[in-house]
Design a protein around this ligand. Structure first.
Ligand code: FES
Ligand SMILES: [Fe+2]
Length: 434
């Protein structure tokens, strides 16, 4: 349980709030690179602020306040000209830093434009995502996490903007035991309701997840926490415990197993909406011929079907269902925490602690300013994950098609077949033990 005051601190993201100021110390993804293609213009919302993102004719990105400085027309109606983003109304044109570079209606020699600029924020791209920094300057470096920068990897990104506060998403990820129940027992129930005993998702997804989580622990690291789990029948030598999975403070969860790195970003759009990003980077063994990827796909994750029912036979759909069902901002003064909620408690305390660090004028953890320490930030990689029969060198020969892309919120992905082909190739060509 939290006090009403702590619930506010934990959930409010607007400028000037302690939690919002902490979140502004980190680069946050605003959209996919593919969503703002050549000469693209797009409205986005991040940390309670409406913004316009555009890509100029040279391919550079700008992220600016949305209203034209002249007569306040919304610049999502603008278009790209060689000089930058042009307002449709009278042609005032802005560069990527928000500076006004043209005012075609003003007399020759006018210096008015020199006094006009829009508020703008730094933007950078990595791993198929566009990141923005909305905190105090100078901006820190965009952290070079391995899954963002390594090559040659195949990547794809699903996203949805959903009506829940970002902290509900992170608490879900500091709650290891929900996997056993939501993605195990409940998944089985959802499949039972559908009535097909041959559904491969029983074997691939639901049954392995149902194993009892007999031990779990969250250890502090430089970048946040490592989540460690022992499943019943395993020992602490198993990958899920000895290697574990990284939680990158404040709002990224990674599951990095068997060559697939799933990184889930819970990005605060505002207090009551979250941009859920499921970023997947596939790392294949050297005997697989991985094609060069020109553009990282960016596609919507479905939350409900055509009849308005939750997509509850999918792991990402299940997570979204529970997070949305908790309401726009969960009332933590009325919850009853149990023993399995230790990770949630740890995360909340740490968030409050780091908000205090920012209030004292210092950098919180995970802020990189020295290029030497930001070359490539390696996260833990494990071979196996929940016995999915999919991943891990020792299991490569037993690959079952559909295991890598099924039930993971990838219904709209354009490259599922490619990923499955590459996993099959990995399995077929895997060196066999003599
Ligand atoms: S309102 Fe934008 S140019 Fe006039
Ligand atoms: Fe989950």
């Amino acid at each position: 349980m939290l006090s009403a005051q702590d619930n506010e601190l934990f959930t409010r993201v607007g400028p000037g709030t302690p939690g919002g100021e902490l979140m502004r110390r980190y680069w946050q993804p605003v959209t996919g690179s593919a969503a703002v293609g050549p000469e693209g213009v797009k409205s986005v919302r991040l940390l309670g602020e409406d913004l316009v993102l555009f890509r100029n004719a040279q391919g550079q990105l700008g992220l600016v306040e949305p209203w034209c400085a002249h007569r306040r027309v919304h610049l999502k109606t603008g278009y790209i000209v060689p000089e930058g983003l042009r307002c449709p109304y009278h042609g005032w044109t802005y560069g990527t830093q928000g500076q006004c570079v043209m005012q075609p209606g003003e007399p020759a020699g006018s210096r008015l434009k020199e006094h006009v600029s829009l508020k703008s924020y730094p933007v950078e791209e990595a791993g198929g995502l566009v990141f923005a920094y909305m905190g105090p300057l100078p901006a820190p470096l965009l952290p070079r996490w391995d899954f963002l920068v390594d090559q040659p990897l195949i990547r794809q990104i699903g996203f949805v903007i959903a009506p829940y506060n970002w902290a509900q998403g992170m608490e879900n990820s500091y709650d290891a035991v929900h996997a056993e129940w939501l993605h195990g027992h409940f998944f089985k129930h959802a499949l039972d309701q559908r009535g097909d005993p041959q559904d491969p998702r029983y074997e691939i997804n639901a049954l392995p997840m149902m194993r009892k989580h007999s031990e779990f622990r969250y250890d502090r690291t430089d970048y946040g926490f490592i989540r460690r789990v022992v499943l019943e029948g395993d020992t602490e030598q198993a990958d899920t415990f000895s290697v574990g999975h990284a939680k990158i403070f404040p709002n990224i969860t990674t599951i990095n197993a068997g060559g697939t790195c799933t990184s889930t970003f819970q990005v605060p759009v505002d207090d009551t909406h979250t941009l859920y990003i499921g970023h997947r980077a596939y790392r294949f063994p050297e005997w697989v011929s991985v094609p060069e990827q020109i553009e990282v796909p960016w596609f919507p994750i479905p939350v409900k079907d055509e009849q308005g029912r939750w997509i509850d036979d999918d792991i990402v759909g299940q997570d979204l269902m529970v997070m949305i069902s908790q309401g726009p901002i969960m009332d933590r003064t009325r919850e009853v925490l149990g023993a399995t909620d230790a990770g949630i408690v740890k995360f909340r305390r740490f968030f409050k602690d780091q908000a205090g660090v920012v209030a004292e004028g210092r950098d919180p953890i995970n802020v990189y300013r020295d290029p030497q320490t930001n070359q490539r930030l390696e996260l833990p990689h494990s071979k196996n994950f929940y016995d999915r029969g999919v991943y891990g060198d020792d299991r490569a020969a037993h690959y079952r098609r559909g295991s890598a892309t099924g039930a993971l919120g990838l219904q709209n992905s354009p490259i599922n077949d490619l990923i499955e082909d590459l996993y099959e190739e990995a399995a077929l060509k895997a060196p066999r033990a003599a």
